[in-house]
Design a protein around this ligand. Structure first.
Ligand code: ZN
Length: 98
């Protein structure tokens, strides 16, 4: 369950990739945020306000998140055509394959 903490643990915050469900340090992921305007943006600072989701920095996970609407489900939003294209472009230009 979410929200369960282990009191003796001093580990860094863990996050889960919404595509492959891998868990890791949150800095190992790319944060996406749904802003007030409903646009989904890549949050490189990790500090933008809004509902956030995490993805591995890998094209496979981004493709899965975009094609299977996992991102929309996680952020409870609907991606517009332009927004989807922007995110797709980001995955193709900024991310490694594999
Ligand atoms: Zn992943």
């Amino acid at each position: 369950m979410f929200g369960v903490t282990t009191p003796t643990s001093k580990r860094r915050p863990q996050r889960t990739c919404i595509a492959c469900r891998r868990t890791d340090d949150k800095r190992a992921f790319v944060r996406l945020v749904c802003t007030e305007s409903g646009e989904v943006e890549v949050d490189n600072s990790g500090k933008k306000p809004g509902r956030g989701a995490y993805l591995c920095p890998s094209k496979e996970c981004w493709e899965m998140a975009l094609k299977k609407n996992r991102l929309e489900y996680a952020l409870r939003t609907q991606l517009g055509v332009e927004n989807r294209r922007t995110l797709s472009e980001y995955s193709h230009t900024q991310l490694q394959k594999g």
